[in-house]
Structures are given as C-alpha cells and as structure tokens.
Design a binder for this molecule. Structure first.
Ligand SMILES: [Ca+2]
Ligand SMILES: [Ca+2]
Ligand SMILES: [Ca+2]
Ligand SMILES: [Ca+2]
Length: 296
C-alpha cells in the first residue's frame, strides 16, 4: 500500500514539475523584459492618438482635436512589478474610470482574490493605431480570481466597486456599478502565448462593468479571507503563490496551512475567529500556530 502511495505521489510531483516547466517563460527563450519595453511604447502611442468618446462609451482615434486619453483626467495608472522566471519586470497598467461604482449595501474595492460579478467587451491592440474586436461577455457573470490568467484584469478591477442590485423578476440588473476601461500590457495579460482569437503579445483593452463583489472571499473556508493568507503582512508577497507547508496547495486554498493535521480554523486558541493572533510556541513567539507545525 505504501509503495502504491509513493508511486501516486511521484506521479503527482512529476505532473507538477512538468506543469511548472511548461509555464516557465524562460524555457521559451522569450525576452519578456524587451517585450515590456515595447509594450510601454505601444501603449503611450495608443493613448496619445486616441480619446474616450463618452457618447458611445468607446475609445476612438483622434480626428478633430479631442482630448487624448493620456491627457484625460479620468485615465489613471498603476505601476506593477511582477516576477517572470526570476526577473522582476515593471509594468504600467492603465484604467479609465467612467464610474467608480456606488455599492449598496456599502462594500469596498475588491481585493485581487475576491470573486466579482462582471461583464466586458474585449479588444486587443494590433499596433498603436488599430484595434480589433475579440470577445464579448454581455451577461453578468461571476468570476473566481484564481481562474483568471490575465493578472492586469485582477489589478484593474481592484480600482472599481460594485453597484446596487435592482433585479426584480427579469435578468440580473444593477445600477451605479463600476464602469470603465482596463488597458493592459501583454506582460500582465497572456504574454507571448497564443490564445487563438488573441495573437501572442497583445495589449488588451477591456470595457468593463463591475456589478458586485464577494468581500473577503474565503476559498478554503478556513475562516481566513483569501487575500489575508500570506505569511507576513509586512512583506509584499503574492497570495496566489504563498505555500507555507510546500504541499503545492497555496495557503488560500489549503485548509491546513502547516500540514500538522489540525485545520487552520481550529488553530484559533483564543477563539476570536482570527488564527493570525494565536502564538503558543515560546521558541518562536512571532509565528502563528496555524503556520507552525510544532503547535497542534
Ligand atoms: Ca481561507
Ligand atoms: Ca499548502
Ligand atoms: Ca494546521
Ligand atoms: Ca499548527
């Protein structure tokens, strides 16, 4: 029985290693840093030559002195550093805020790990002056962020809020939801991977509506919101990646984060519902019990 278990384990590890190497961007000999610089130029050129036409809610080429997007006060940006392979690469995500959103009941901005109810229209930039239609999702649809490959999408939605659900008997309807445009460099999108309808290294333009948010989405139901499942809040770390016990299940999906057999939700000695403030190990007084396999 032990042997069979080991064979299964080896097979799982082999699959994971294969999956990791298949997604390792440096095995494809692609220069992601150079692409990021090229995309920066493309996007600045695009934002200089286009404007937001509020009458049709669409980005159009400037023809008669309209205010370029790059000079439009509704256009904001966020600097994001992501590690590809072992290289830190700087990206600039742009987002255009038509309406920030006014959720009722009051909710804040979604974190990168909160589920969101959205629809969108997606274009991609072929060069700095031409865009082509790609995908349309009309019906408001819930998305779990862990299923989203486009990192810029998650960062982008974190600048909008939901609205008020006024659905009666008909289709799902919200008013005053977040509305705007996400302009995403390819390095925060599908990078150099061919998506069929979207060519490799495409910069993406998402016209989005954010209708609703599940605040503090808790993927593993361990009482700790997914966006809080990092090891040390003082260190910037990616909750999608943090895996304290190294079992290939990231903390936000792992109901027993230190693999000591005690579920995280039970490693809450003081019973206040927050396992992050329970420290029982005198030899390691800053390590919470739920991340400390010595404490069960
Ligand atoms: Ca959790
Ligand atoms: Ca784990
Ligand atoms: Ca545990
Ligand atoms: Ca423990």
């Amino acid at each position: 029985m032990m042997k069979i278990k080991n064979v299964v384990l080896v097979a799982i590890v082999a699959i994971l290693i294969y999956a990791c190497s298949a997604s390792n961007p440096f095995l494809d000999n692609f220069d992601h840093e150079a692409q990021a610089l090229a995309d920066k130029d493309t996007l600045i050129s695009y934002l200089t030559n286009h404007y937001y036409d509020a009458t049709i809610d669409s980005i159009k080429p400037i023809v008669a002195g309209e205010t370029a997007l790059i000079n439009d006060s509704k256009l904001k940006s966020q600097d994001i550093t992501e590690t590809i392979g072992d290289v830190d690469i700087d990206f600039k995500l742009y987002y255009y805020v038509t309406n920030e959103g006014n959720p009722i009941p009051n909710k804040g901005f979604p974190t990168l790990l909160d589920s969101i109810l959205v629809n969108y229209h997606l274009d991609y930039i072929v060069d700095a002056t031409l865009i082509q239609d790609s995908q349309e999702l009309d019906v408001p649809t819930w998305f779990d962020p862990s299923s989203i490959a486009v990192r810029g999408w998650l960062y982008g939605f974190s600048h909008f809020k939901g609205g008020k659900n006024i659905t009666t008997n008909g289709p799902i309807t919200y008013e005053n939801g977040g509305k705007g445009v996400l302009i995403i460099p390819s390095g925060l999108a599908y990078r150099n991977i061919d998506q069929g309808s979207i060519p490799p290294n495409s910069n993406l333009i998402y016209y989005i509506n954010l209708f609703d948010v599940v605040e503090n989405t808790d993927h593993d139901n361990d009482g700790l919101a997914s966006h809080l499942e990092i090891e040390d809040a003082s260190i910037e770390s990616d909750p999608f990646e943090v895996d304290t016990d190294g079992d290939f299940i990231p903390n936000y999906r792992d109901a027993d984060d230190d693999n000591d057999g005690i579920p995280t939700i039970k490693e809450d000695t003081n019973g206040d519902g927050d396992p992050r403030n329970d420290f029982s190990d005198p030899s390691n007084p800053t390590l919470p019990d739920y991340l400390n396999p010595k404490i069960k």
